[in-house]
Design a protein around this ligand. Structure first.
Ligand code: PLP
Length: 407
């Protein structure tokens, strides 16, 4: 073919780079599939990706069967409004108002293909070229992709390495007149850390102070796919109750174990300054990226399943078991209260550790892609048997690293 390889202008180089260099998580996930073919499913301990192992609640299937059986197929498989069907958005708003004593409005909810689309749309809607967007490291790696795609500049704030809350001093330092937005994620991927009310208050107080100082709006985007995945009995501080200029992205991927169905939403706080304009821009950003009319079947399921979750007991069991066993081996693990991740301090450099872990058929994501060094992330949303059988490998890996370190 005379056209092959002729003209690199055929493609957008930035997009090519994103597509040809897979994320560290996806890279390991693919590697895991290969290893499973070679060694068999049971001999590979794949802790690489946040794919929930717990089945969706039985009501999900029942509602879907009912919809498919009884709903007019033209309606069920047809387009909804670009931002989603109003009765679905109303049910979400009513649920949030009841559950979190919030004051949300259905008119400011936009249905999306998961939280990923939600974050990408929200950033595209707000960010102008050169605007600074702050993230707390360690952070979900796709934030960087979405921020840069929107033309923004990623600014990272250090963690307080004891509790892995944000370093508030650093946050104050990093907010400038160019700051457009701060992204928070609690319970957190990759650390599992939960920001309780005190932490959220601290963050929002700093944002309010800085809004005054610079006489401008600074937005807070709270990315909440793990909102219900909490192992402590504490209330979830819903951000619109604490900060006016807030936006929430949510997903049913983790709470209902439906990551492949791609359903979630964006909520703009009704009392945000310029809320109407912001929501219009969200509709425009969705349009510009082709993210309109999230899957109708799953939109229509939502009003009937709000408030339900998958059974999280397997995560609880895995978590307790892993914490106990890994700490007794000698691993240091960040204290966490939610999601389904453990963030483990590595006894040697993290990429080398992850490479060596592979030789024990253990798949652990090195922390560099989360914007920090010295750790690996373990996703324990796998079956209990995998967790139990993995301990031998963790032990040999640790002994091998410590022995080599002492040479
Ligand atoms: N945000 C965070 C923090 C995540 O961990 C994930 C997925 O793992 C997403 C967003 C994207 O989720 P979704 O499957 O809803 O697109």
């Amino acid at each position: 073919n005379i056209f092959v390889g002729k003209n690199m202008q055929d493609i957008n180089e930035k997009m090519n780079k994103l597509g040809s260099e897979r994320s560290a998580i996806r890279e390991l996930f693919e590697k895991g599939k290969e290893l499973k073919k070679t060694y068999g499913e049971k001999k590979v301990f794949d802790f690489s990706i946040g794919n929930p192992v717990s089945s969706p609640p039985k009501e999900v299937k029942e509602v879907l069967i009912d919809l498919i059986t009884n709903k007019n197929p033209i309606e069920l498989h047809g387009y909804t409004s670009a931002q989603g069907d109003i009765f679905v958005r109303r049910s979400i708003s009513e649920y949030l108002n009841e559950k979190y004593s919030a004051e949300t409005n259905e008119e400011y909810i936009y249905m999306t293909s998961g939280a990923a689309a939600g974050i990408a749309i929200a950033l595209k809607a707000l960010v102008n070229v050169g605007d600074e967007v702050i993230v707390f490291s360690p952070y979900f790696p796709e934030y960087k992709v979405f921020i840069e795609n929107a033309g923004g500049v990623v600014i990272t704030v250090k963690p307080d390495e004891k509790k892995f809350f944000p370093n508030f001093y650093d946050l104050k330092e990093k907010i400038t007149k160019n700051t457009k937005l701060l992204i928070i994620n609690s319970p957190n991927n990759p650390t599992g850390v939960f920001y309780d009310e005190e932490v959220v208050k601290k963050i929002t107080e700093i944002l309010s102070e800085k809004e005054k100082e610079y006489d401008k709006n600074i937005f807070l985007l709270s990315d909440e796919p793990y909102r219900e995945l909490l192992y402590v009995d504490k209330k979830y501080p819903f951000v619109t109750n604490y900060y006016k200029n807030s936006i929430v992205t949510y997903s049913f991927s983790k709470s209902l174990s439906l990551p492949g169905e791609r359903i979630g939403y964006i909520l703009v706080n009704e009392s945000c300054n310029n809320a109407k304009k912001i929501f219009e821009s969200i509709c425009g950003a969705g349009r510009s990226m082709g993210f309109v009319c999230a899957t109708t079947l799953f939109q229509h399921m939502i009003p009937k399943i709000l408030g339900l979750t998958s059974d999280f007991s397997v995560y609880k069991k895995n978590r307790q078991f892993l914490l106990e066993k890994l700490e007794s081996i000698g691993y240091e693990i960040v204290n966490s209260d939610g999601a389904f991740y453990l963030f483990i301090k590595t006894p040697i450099e993290e990429k080398e550790f992850s490479k060596r872990a592979l030789q024990h058929n253990l798949l652990l994501v090195p922390s560099e892609s989360f914007g920090i060094k010295g750790y690996v992330r373990l996703a324990y949303c796998v079956d209990y048997e995998t967790v139990v059988n993995s301990i031998k490998s963790f032990k040999s890996l640790y002994e091998e690293c410590v022995k080599d370190g002492n040479k």
